[in-house]
Write a protein that binds this ligand. Structure first.
Ligand SMILES: Cc1ncc(COP(=O)(O)O)c(C=O)c1O
Length: 412
């Protein structure tokens, strides 16, 4: 199997067979099981090549043209390319591509706009907010006063009346919109309107939908939010990492919030890989891909609902969907374990207004592999069969192996 340049060249196998086995084992797991984790994808060989390049050796504190280390002239070109490509892709006046992760990007946004103790309005964690949206286990919940909004108990949709009422009552310094599990488009114009009414900054945490934005399959938060934070490794199909987009007036504050306030040296191999991914995402191929991701997620939602799972909001506008498997007689946590044994890999998630756990599924990775609607129907059938107990996990594992064999993520 051709996987990474390092394995291909057999360097690692000769030098460190133990670790080479880990890489090959993981490559095989990814290729022979179904990757339905909504936050994952398969990057291109070109992105992997940049990640595994000698740019990994370079220290580069600071920004292009103003580094604390010598010898940065060449890596500066990579960062300038990444910045220019991100700005063009998302129509942003400024892009910082140094954030090591989505969480680091959110931390930088808070650092740029807030002071400890400030009030922030964000989606509550049980309703799909991320840890960085006020979890007591995270810096956000420790350093800021978070007020949580939620989704409607009946429809599962963001409760706009409640959001406006909470904003009026608490006068937050910032409002955060964005989620780890909300399957519908976010109305950024609505959030901008509420933020303006109460004099708050608007931070869009677009970690999940940013790849769909690049592929013109979801609304762009850039024209509405003061700061947009994102990851580069989900639908966007780049390396693991984050980025921050904003207008020119906040550019300096954002850059200082990333370095030196919250991070040290930039990871130039990752930044180069981000540049590669941004160029890939600017193509018509990627636009087709992003739309197919949504088509596949919609098909999966329809098929799972037909199998009896309770699909939140009745479907999806995006790459992800959440569902309660309880009607099939199983809770989310048990379901995840049973499905893993069958080679169907997905996440549990909180279910709003419910104490039990649900399932979260995404179609970014399987779509990169080339799967389409017929495969989504088959996946739903296998998944529901395993949960109902009609299909034996070990036999289903073989079916999954057969299915995935037709869609290698890295064809030889
Ligand atoms: C909405 C949201 N924000 C932030 C993050 C954090 O990203 P990372 O895991 O790269 O820190 C995620 C990750 O899934 C996310 O979904």
């Amino acid at each position: 199997m051709t996987v990474t340049p390092a394995i291909e060249a057999d360097v690692l196998r000769r030098q460190d067979p133990e670790l080479a086995d880990v890489l090959l084992g993981e490559s095989e797991r990814q290729a022979t099981t179904l990757q339905l984790i909504a936050a994952e994808n398969f990057t291109s060989p070109a992105v992997l090549a940049a990640l595994g390049s000698p740019l990994a050796n370079k220290y580069a504190e600071g920004y292009p043209g103003a580094r604390h280390h010598g010898g940065c002239e060449i890596v500066d070109v990579a960062e300038r390319l990444a910045v220019e490509r991100a700005k063009a892709l998302f129509g942003a006046e400024h892009a910082n591509v140094q954030s090591h992760s989505g969480s680091s990007a959110v931390l930088a946004a808070y650092a740029a706009l807030l002071r400890p103790g400030d009030t922030v309005l964000a989606l509550g964690l049980p309703h799909g907010g991320h840890l960085t949206h006020g979890s007591p286990a995270n810096f956000s919940g420790r350093w800021f006063y978070f007020v949580g909004y939620g989704v409607d108990a009946e429809t599962g949709l963001l409760d706009h009346d409640q959001i406006r009422a909470l904003a009026r009552a608490h006068r937050p310094k910032a409002i955060v919109c964005g989620s780890i599990a909300y399957p519908r488009h976010i109305d950024y114009a609505f959030f901008r309107d509420v933020a303006d009414e109460v004099g708050a900054y608007l931070i869009a945490d677009a970690a999940h939908p940013i790849g769909l934005v690049a592929g013109k399959a979801a609304p762009n938060p850039v024209p509405y939010a003061d700061i947009v934070c994102a990851t580069t490794h989900k639908v966007l199909r780049g390396p693991r990492g984050g980025m921050v987009l904003c207008g020119s007036e906040l550019a300096e504050r954002v850059d200082r919030a990333v370095f030196p306030f919250t991070q040290g040296g930039a990871q130039m191999h990752t930044i180069a890989a981000k540049a590669v991914a941004f160029a890939e995402a600017a193509t018509e191929d990627f636009v087709r891909y992003a739309h197919q991701v949504v088509t596949n997620a919609r098909m999966l939602a329809v098929a799972l609902a037909a199998e009896g799972l309770a699909v939140t909001t009745g479907g999806t506008d995006t790459h992800l969907l959440t569902a309660d498997p309880a009607p099939l007689g199983v809770d989310g946590r048990t379901a995840r374990g049973r499905l893993a044994a069958a080679g169907i890999v997905l996440d549990c998630c909180a279910l709003p207004h419910d104490d039990t756990r649900g399932l979260r599924l995404g179609t970014a990775a399987v779509t990169t592999q080339g799967m389409r609607e017929p495969e989504m129907a088959r996946v739903a059938m296998l998944l529901a069969g395993v949960l109902r107990g009609d299909l034996e996990p070990a036999r289903t594992r073989e079916e999954v192996r057969e299915l995935t064999a037709g869609f290698p993520p890295y064809p030889a």
